[in-house]
Design a protein around this ligand. Structure first.
Ligand SMILES: Nc1nc2c(ncn2[C@@H]2O[C@H](COP(=O)(O)OP(=O)(O)O)[C@@H](O)[C@H]2O)c(=O)[nH]1
Ligand SMILES: [Mg+2]
Length: 234
């Protein structure tokens, strides 16, 4: 398949995103000719699967990774499983609820021409309650401090779920450190930054607002805070 973005695959982990996912995929296909999209779904029961399957029959750039019967569920393991089937040289990871701007995927992809990891850095967050804001800030500062002290890679949005990475770099990290990723974690980027080499180049791509999710509810739970600590201290 030709097109300016035929070197790029977007991986979107999903759980019950029926009302968001169709719009996001259409937007990506429209903005980025030749791009591929993998929806890595953990057994949604709201019709996400049917929504995406209908699109896979219309566009061969879209694939549905059905993890319904997988041994292990979770955001991170869903991304890792998808990575191993990517044939393109660049990978972008983003959420399926329209909180990450599809308009910035192109910039992340271009950044990967000159770096190994490109992190989408949000400058503000829309509509998060007080608790979520405090938890998120505390976790981010803690992880940043621990990583900085250990001489590991850091960036201005260490908790970002929106990033790009060269496929060969990501695959090597998974092959060599599979057991070190926190499979049911929420912060796959933290694992990557903890495990990558100091010579992996990192760039940041700023975007203005982490918008409110379009439909449905966040799946963020207290256990994800614990998992983030595991990602930080491993
Ligand atoms: N495959 C998979 N995706 C998940 C899981 N939990 C959340 N997601 C997806 O991960 C993305 C981020 O989740 P979300 O609930 O929006 O988290 P928040 O933005 O931090 O509140 C969304 O696309 C979710 O559908 C999971 O256990 N498995
Ligand atoms: Mg979200």
């Amino acid at each position: 398949m030709g097109g300016a973005y035929s070197d790029t695959t977007v991986i979107i982990p999903t759980f019950n995103e029926r009302r968001n996912i169709g719009r996001l995929i259409r937007r990506l296909l429209k903005l980025y000719p030749g791009i591929r999209v993998i929806i890595s779904d953990d057994g949604s029961n709201d019709g996400t699967r049917e929504e995406v399957m209908a699109m896979t029959s219309r566009s061969n750039g879209v694939r549905f990774l059905d993890r319904r019967n997988s041994r292990q569920h979770g955001l991170t393991v869903s991304v890792l499983d998808a990575v191993m089937s990517v044939k393109n040289s660049k990978i972008i990871v983003m959420d399926g609820d329209m909180q990450h701007p599809p308009e910035k995927v192109g910039e992340l992809s271009k950044a990967l021409d000159s770096c190994d990891i490109a992190v989408g850095v949000r400058t503000s967050v829309e509509n998060w309650g007080f608790h979520r804001r405090v938890i998120s800030k505390c976790m981010a500062y803690l992880s940043y401090a621990i990583f900085a002290v250990q001489g590991r890679k850091v960036c201005n949005d260490i908790m970002s779920g929106f990033f790009g990475i060269k496929a060969d770099v990501f695959k090597r990290l998974i092959r060599e450190n599979r057991g070190s990723f926190v499979p049911d974690g929420y912060k796959v980027l933290l694992d990557i930054l903890r495990l990558c080499d100091s010579n992996n180049r990192l760039e940041e791509v700023y975007y203005s607002t982490f918008h409110r999710r379009e439909y449905g509810q966040s799946k963020f739970r207290f256990k994800h805070v614990v998992n983030t600590l595991r990602s930080t201290f491993r």
